[in-house]
Design a protein around this ligand. Structure first.
Ligand SMILES: [Zn+2]
Ligand SMILES: [Zn+2]
Length: 134
C-alpha cells in the first residue's frame, strides 16, 4: 500500500488515496478547464475502493451525463470526480499534499487544449477520451 494524502485549499476536506495501479494523465477538456479555472487539470484515476474522505465532506456538481465533480463547499477546490457506474474515482493531482508524488503519463482531450498551452513532453496524446477511458 502506498497511501497519499491530500485536501482542499482551506483544509476542511481531506482525503487519502492509494497510488498503486492509478492511471495518471492530463485532461485538457473544456469542462475540466472551466470547472477549475486552470489551464489544464492532471488526474489520478483509482478504483473507488482506493479512495476515501478522511475529514469533512465535499459538495457535488454533475458536469456531464456521466460525471460528477466534487469540491470543497467552503473554498471551492475541486478534489475528485466520480461516475454513476462507480467505475473509478479521479483525484486532482493539484490537491495532493506531495506534488511530486505522481506525474501524468498521457494527455487526454488534447483536441480541446488551448493553442497557447505547450507542454514539451513525449507523452501519448489523445484527441478526445484516452483509449483506456472509453
Ligand atoms: Zn476547502
Ligand atoms: Zn476533462
Amino acid at each position: 500500500m502506498a497511501l497519499l494524502t491530500g485536501g482542499c485549499l482551506c483544509g476542511r476536506v481531506r482525503y487519502e488515496v492509494e497510488r498503486d495501479g492509478a492511471i495518471v494523465d492530463y485532461c485538457h477538456c473544456d469542462s475540466c478547464r472551466r470547472s477549475t479555472g486552470g489551464a489544464t487539470v492532471a488526474w489520478m484515476q483509482v478504483s473507488p475502493a482506493h479512495f476515501r474522505i478522511t475529514v469533512g465532506a465535499a459538495a457535488a456538481y454533475r458536469s456531464s451525463p456521466r460525471s460528477i465533480r466534487h469540491f470543497c463547499p467552503a473554498c471551492g477546490s475541486q478534489l475528485y470526480m466520480t461516475d454513476d457506474a462507480g467505475r473509478s474515482v479521479g483525484v486532482t493531482l493539484g490537491t495532493l499534499d506531495d506534488k511530486e508524488a505522481v506525474a501524468p503519463a498521457a494527455h487526454g482531450w488534447d483536441g480541446d487544449r488551448p493553442s497557447w498551452l505547450c507542454l514539451a513532453d513525449d507523452l501519448p496524446r489523445f484527441v478526445g477520451d484516452p483509449d483506456y477511458d472509453s
